[in-house]
Design a protein around this ligand. Structure first.
Ligand code: NAP
Length: 313
């Protein structure tokens, strides 16, 4: 890496933005994503929009059967129709799923038949006020952490059979956060949506590292997309969007590493890592953000307990 590259990466902005993507893409191996996914089944949550839509489209174009898991039937149907118009021979299926409702996640996983080769936990939210799901969980935590954990658990036997891959879309925002289990669960006096979101992203990465140890048959990856122009960024971070809009990545650029993680043969044997622009990235560039091993175990215990309570397992 040149000195200029190191300086630009250290700036963060010129790494997470579209100029960063173009610079990092110079070291990509093009053949890595020229892989046939025919015969493979993929499930993408939050597939109707932004990065999830771009991932679904890229994997369908490579021949995969893609299940688009969306919470809103109208938005899901529109995404399905757009994809079918662009990829007339693609094997696409709309699935209705609100990932924040753990009992629904369990029922959904039981209904879905056959092996799963790739699960992409992409659905995510960044609300600015605190609210709770009918099951009593803070919405950011339920959507970004509990639901994906419940879905990953419920699909695990089928992921194991397929020696599959689980990819979770995290965020660079987690890099300035140390895991705090109270904040993570919305147990706070003043709610800060950006902090709550970053805590959930930190938790996603830790859980993926733990899954990688517990299930060596499956490859677990987390990635961060940089800063991409998506509906979530426009609505949840309007001031950031106003300043950065010309520099944001396209959804396809934000999705690139997740697509690569889903298909690249060179990923074999590399599980539990956090990736950015097709390269492993440090999870704790700031030392003080390191969580204790006790908190890691408490995190696993609390998500397992929440899933067990909601699903009766
Ligand atoms: N864009 C970025 O710069 C950026 C940076 C870091 C991380 N990320 C992560 O990338 C992922 C995708 O976000 P995006 O930027 O592409 O935003 P987006 O376009 O708003 O996509 C978010 C998707 O998640 C879905 N979703 C939200 N809650 C859901 C639920 N309870 N059940 C099912 N689906 C649900 C949304 O559905 P609706 O359309 O129905 O709301 C939408 O399809 C998120 O995990 C986000 O945290 C994005």
């Amino acid at each position: 890496m040149s000195l200029l590259d190191s300086v630009l990466d250290a700036s963060v902005a010129f790494s997470f933005d579209r100029t960063g993507f173009r610079r990092h893409a110079r070291r990509f191996v093009p053949g890595d994503t020229q892989v046939s996914m025919r015969g493979k089944t993929v499930l993408v949550t939050g597939a109707n929009s932004g990065i999830g839509f771009a991932i679904s489209k890229a994997l369908a174009a490579l021949g995969a059967t893609v299940h688009l898991a969306c919470r809103d039937e109208g938005r899901g149907q529109r995404a399905l129709e757009t994809l079918r118009a662009e990829l007339p021979t693609a094997d696409l299926h709309l699935q209705l799923l609100d990932v924040s409702v753990l009992s629904e996640v369990q029922r959904f996983a039981e209904r879905l038949r056959g092996p799963i080769d790739v699960l992409v936990n992409n659905a995510g939210v960044l609300p600015d006020t605190l609210s709770r799901t009918a099951e009593g969980h803070e919405v950011t935590f339920a959507t970004n952490v509990l639901g994906p954990h419940a879905l990953t658990s419920a699909l695990m036997p089928r992921l194991v059979v397929a020696r599959g891959r689980v990819i979770t879309i995290a965020s660079g925002g987690m890099l300035t956060q140390k895991l705090d289990l109270k904040v993570l669960q919305g147990d706070v006096e003043r709610f800060d949506g950006v902090v709550a979101y970053a805590q959930t992203k930190r938790a996603e990465v830790i859980l993926s590292e733990q899954w990688a140890v517990k299930q060596p048959e499956v490859t677990f990856s987390t990635m961060h997309p940089g800063w991409a122009d998506t509906p979530a960024v426009r609505s949840s971070l309007p001031r950031f969007y106003a300043v950065m809009k010309r520099l944001l990545r396209t959804p396809e650029q934000g999705a690139d590493t997740a697509v690569w993680l889903a298909v690249a043969p060179r990923l074999e044997g590399k599980s539990g890592l956090f990736w950015f622009d097709r390269a492993p990235a440090a999870t704790h560039p700031l030392r003080w953000t390191r969580e204790s091993s006790t908190d890691r175990e408490l995190l696993w215990g609390l998500v397992e307990a929440a899933c067990a309570t909601a699903t009766g397992r």
